[in-house]
Design a binder for this molecule. Structure first.
Ligand code: IPM
Ligand code: MN
Length: 356
């Protein structure tokens, strides 16, 4: 068998993106040496600065070249001087949609040694995964406006839910729940009491697909109640499946259960195509260039990437390194509170990998 080799497109992006992605790249290089695979990084200079210089978010030419890689490793897009939506839609959402990354997988896992605002809840209570539909819903961009800027303005933004899109997402969630092999419980998060068209489709599909998974317990919660349960009884959850908008919202709440935005990673997955891995923190411009934000989310995104590429030993090694650094080295996980700089934290992770 020839040596495994992966071409990774790196879009470090805006704000703190480049700093934290740099630490993830260090960790990937360290495990590639240890587990003997080759990795090459193609860097794409996209984001706010590039847009301001060229007026371009993601050109078709660049898109064509990115789509031939094995995976995409993304820092963050979003720039204080660029109108909200331009970079998000032009880069992040375009990649998610055009590469049909229909699953947004976001682990919510509290590691030992990490402090969170909840008292009485620890790592044994907080370990679940949110499967967010990633190509439809309110994000599909359906709608429009009329008489903009006048007192008679009308704005319509519709949620698109297709049977195909809902079913493939729900099936993925059931499969994952089976693979995880923990509580084997899948919770549908919706709003069937108000969104009676969209979540009727979700609910019917959920119960139909469930008949193929008799070993998985099914559960339902309205999104508002689910937010409450996430705080009161996070141990109730194993896998949660939900639409694009609700998934966006509940995973920021989920990030708090893990120690904050510096700890939360996500995978935009096309199981048959090119997937993209990112810390979910955003570009955090006020911290940019200070070398003091937490790179763990980006390093955990690298773990998700290697796991999805099939480099499971390397992925596990990264997780072990992160756990050691969280438990034994860092004083805190928030920006400026770690007792170490961003690059120090990356070095600690690499040191552990090399010494193992
Ligand atoms: C996320 C982000 C994005 C989203 C933004 C930046 C468009 O909040 O990945 O959760 O809403 O999906
Ligand atoms: Mn979000």
């Amino acid at each position: 068998m020839g040596q495994r080799k992966y071409d990774i497109a790196v879009i470090a992006g805006d704000g703190t993106g480049p700093e934290i992605i740099g630490e993830g790249v260090k960790a990937i290089e360290a495990v590639s040496r240890k587990y003997d695979f080759q990795i090459s990084f193609d860097r794409y200079d996209l984001g706010g600065a590039h847009y301001q210089e060229t007026g371009e978010t993601l050109s078709d030419e660049v898109f064509e070249s990115i789509k031939d890689c094995h995976a995409i490793y993304l820092g963050a897009v979003g720039h204080p001087e660029v109108q909200p939506g331009v970079l998000e839609k032009g880069i992040l959402l375009r990649l998610r949609f055009e590469l049909d990354q229909y699953i947004n997988l976001r682990p919510v896992k509290l590691y030992p040694g990490v402090e969170i605002p909840l008292k009485d809840k620890g790592p044994e209570d907080i370990d679940f995964v949110v499967i967010r539909e990633n190509t439809e819903g309110l994000y599909a961009g359906a709608g429009g406006c009329l008489r903009r800027g006048t007192p008679h303005e009308v704005a319509i933004q519709e949620s698109i839910n297709t049977r195909m899109g809902v079913e493939r997402c729900i099936r993925y969630a059931f499969d994952l729940c089976r693979r995880r092999n923990r509580a084997k419980k899948l919770t549908l998060c919706g709003k069937t009491n108000v969104l009676t068209f969209a979540f009727d489709l979700w609910e019917r599909t959920f119960h139909e697909v469930a008949t193929d998974y008799p070993d998985i317990e099914t559960d339902y919660a309205h999104v508002d109640a689910l937010c409450m349960w996430m705080i009161k009884n996070p141990e109730r959850f194993d896998v949660i499946v939900t639409d694009n908008m609700f998934g966006d919202i509940i995973t920021d709440l989920g990030a708090v259960l893990q120690g904050g935005m510096g700890m939360a990673a996500g995978a935009n997955i096309n199981p048959e195509g090119v997937s993209m891995f990112e810390p979910i923190s955003g570009s955090a411009p006020k911290y940019a260039g200070k070398n003091n934000v937490n790179p763990i989310a980006a390093i955990l995104a690298a773990q998700l990437m290697l796991d999805t590429l099939g480099e499971t030993d390397a992925a596990q090694m990264i997780e072990r390194a992160v756990m050691k650094v969280l438990e034994e080295d860092l004083k805190g996980v928030a920006a400026g509170q770690m007792g170490y700089s961003t690059s120090d934290v990356g070095d600690l992770v690499v040191d552990f990998i090399e010494a193992s």
